[in-house]
Ligand binder design. Sequence first.
Ligand SMILES: [Zn+2]
Length: 455
Amino acid sequence: MKRLLLSLCVLFGTLGTLRAQYSVDTIHASLAGSEGLNVVILSEGYIESQLTRFKKDCDELVDSFFRHTPWKEYKTYINFFSVPIASNVKGAGQTPDNPIDNVYGTCFGTSGVDRMPWPTNWTKVNSVLNRTVPDHDMVIILINQNKYGGGGGGGFVCLSNFKSGYWVNDYFQIIIHEAGHALGDLADEYWYDGRERPNQTKVASKERVKWKNWIGKDKVGVYPYEESPDWYRPHQNCLMRYLGQPYCDVCREALIEAIHQSVKPILSYEPDNKKSVYAGAADESITFSLNLLKPNPNSLHVNWKLDSKTMEGEHEDVLTIPFDSLEAPGRLHLLTASVEDQSKYLLVDNHASIHVQTVTWRFKREEDANAIEVVSSTKDDITLSPLPFADQLTVRVAESGQPFTAQLCDLSGRVVASGDDVAQVSFTTSSLPEGVYVVRLIRDGQVFYSRKVTK
Ligand SMILES: [Zn+2]
C-alpha cells in the first residue's frame, strides 16, 4: 500500500524560523496520489525565472512517456509529480571536483565520462524527496542545460535537457530506456553487466532460458553479447539496446510485471464489510461490485464464482444475484471474484508468474427480510511462481493476513502436496511427473481460488 505526502506545500521551521519550503506539483495522478507507481521529477540548475519553463519541460517529458507501450496502456497506474526548486546558478558543473551552486551539486564527468551527469549532494536529494514524495519508485533529476548527457541506476535518472537541437529524439527516448532500468530492473542489451536480469542471462538453452515462453515470437531468441559470448539477451533490436525501437516482448512483459507488483487492480469493492444488503423485493437482485483500476484497453478479466459455480457476468466488474435464487435462510454462501490481467503482452497461460487479486464474500439470507447478511469479506493478492514450475512451486497470499491452506492436486482431484500459512506455501515438486495440476486455496473449509498450472 502506497502512501504519499500529499500536502501541496511542506513547511519546515523551528520556533517560527522558516528553513525550507518545497512545493509538489501533480503532473499526472489518476489515483489521487494515494496509490500508484510514483515518478518524481526534480529541477536542477533552473534559476527562479526559469521555473515556468521547468513545468513545461516536465509536461513534455510526461506526454512523451505516455506515448510508449506499456506505459500508455497502464497510464492509470502511474503518477507523475515534480518538485520545482530554484537554483542560484544555471545548469550543472562540468566535473565532479568543480561543483557549482546549483540545487543538488550535479556535475557532468561522473567516473570520467563527460556525458554522464550525476548529483554530488545526496543529502539534499534525499532530504527533498523525504519531505515531498517519500514513496517514489523513480526519480528524474532534470538539468537545465542543452548538453547531451544522461544516466540511470538504482531508481534514479539524471538527464540534461538537450531537446533543442540535433539530439531531440534521443532526449525523449532516453527517459523511456532509463525507465526500463529504474522500474523493471532491465539490463542494457548493448553490453552485458554480468548479472542475471529479466532480459540478461547466462542460460543459453532455448528450452530453459527464463524467456523461453517467448522464443520464436517477434524475433525473440537467445543472442550472445558480442563482447561476452557467454551472456545472452532476448532480442537484437530492443529499446534497451537501440534508441528509436520499442521494448522487446521480454522487456515489456517484465515492466508490466513490475507495475503489477507495485499497483493492484482492485481499488475497492461493495459490499465491503459486515452488513445487511437489501434486495428491496423478493424478485429483485443483490448487487456485488468491484471498483477496478483498468488498463486502456481494458485487459482485466474477472471470474465470479458462487459456491464454486461460475456465474454469468463473468468478465464484468458487477454481478447481480436474483434474491429468490438463493437457498433458504441460514445456508452460508461463498462468492469469489478473481481479477487477472490477460493483456496480450503477457503470456497469460504460460507466464513466468501469475498475479491475481481476489475478493471473497461469505453471506447468508436473512430470516425475515429480503436481504442478505454479509458475514465476512476478504481481499487477497495471490502470486504463483514460477510457471511452468519444475522442482518447486511457491504460492504467496498477501494483504489479508488470514490463514489459508494451499493444495496441489492432480487432475483426478488427488491432493499431491499441501501446506498451511498466512502468507506463503512452497511445494517441493521434483518427484512429480510432468503434466497439468491444480492449485487450490482454501479458507474456512471452502475453496476461494483455483487455477491449473503446468509442470
Ligand atoms: Zn529487451
